[in-house]
Design a protein around this ligand. Sequence first.
Ligand SMILES: O=P(O)(O)OC[C@H]1O[C@](O)(COP(=O)(O)O)[C@@H](O)[C@@H]1O
Ligand SMILES: [Mg+2]
Ligand SMILES: [Mg+2]
Length: 372
Amino acid sequence: MADATTLARHLVAWSNAAHNGAAHRRADVVRTILALADAGLAIADLVAMGPLAGEMAAVRGESNGDTQKELDLRAHDIVIDRLAGAPVAVVGSEEADAPVLLDPAGTLAVAIDPLDGSSNIETNVSVGTIFSILGVEDADDPAAALLQPGHRQLAAGFLVYGPQTALVLTLGSGTEIFFLDKRPVAPVVSVQAGNGWAAPPPPTPKAEFVRMTGPVAVAAETKEFAINASNQRHWAPSIRTYVDDCLAGSDGPRAKNYNMRWIASLVADAFRILRRGGVYLYPTDERPGYRSGRLRLVYEANPIALIIEQAGGAATDGQTRILDLTPGHLHERTALVFGSRAEVERVANHHAAPPLLADRAPLFGQRGLLRA
Ligand SMILES: O=P(O)(O)OC[C@H]1O[C@](O)(COP(=O)(O)O)[C@@H](O)[C@@H]1O
Ligand SMILES: [Mg+2]
Ligand SMILES: [Mg+2]
């Protein structure tokens, strides 16, 4: 296990090693990440309170075609509040139709999903915050910075509020995980002279992110896939065939048994894939509103793609590398396939040359009619 280092201390050394950019911009990225980590602490506390914090799952409206819940809006407000003290010119948030302008002298743009996995709020399942940090190139039009292709991100990360609160981060040279350390710091007890014993002061509560492990690596191969299978009838043939092959297990062309997981929180599914491999698929499908996919390119797919690539995995829209896509607008949707490199490549190959259905007929399976 690597030495436990605090986020602030690690970031300074890491950013100096990771970036070729100007020193002042590196310092701005570090300050912005620390502000986002601070927002994460506040959101984690809110999430941990559950119903004690109020009606967090209550529907408050709709934004860009998705339902907004109370916790979505509270998380957005916390993020804007913390970023107001950072060198950030503009924030593109899932919860605001238009970019939010902050410091006109700010050098950075932040794209953010303040609360990912909203459908899970009332079910006590992990939710999170996903963010992307980009450089502002034109001070007269800071919002344009949000529409750069993902390979131009200066940093990306996500927080997951689960049994452990964790921050996953990349500055473009490897991916690291930091865990929230809330262990109280024991006070230094001083023995009172003269009047006898005095009760020691209570331990000071601490809340800081610490790095407990070295860089993360996504396993190249996997036996686990994640997809919302209830949409199967709407999928394209290439996705159906890919999933059918996994389901056929050791009797099918993959010749191994697969496990399936679907948490319906991108952050939680991504965290699992970082820890033990796997592949996540949210393809386009035939339903109205899903023909370009469900997830958002700028503040969901791009940051996750950079994190996964920097951990040795891959991320595409089923064919094209996510980080090479140029967003047309802030809330653009995309299909998203990411995780273990071999599986992501296999999905892309299925797309380019769908396997012949005849190859998948039960007659030709290992336990088909022609085999004992
Ligand atoms: O409910 P579905 O269709 O399975 O979609 C689940 C996906 O949608 C999301 O909840 C979208 O994110 P938001 O909750 O931020 O809108 C992802 O976290 C998750 O992977
Ligand atoms: Mg989301
Ligand atoms: Mg969200």
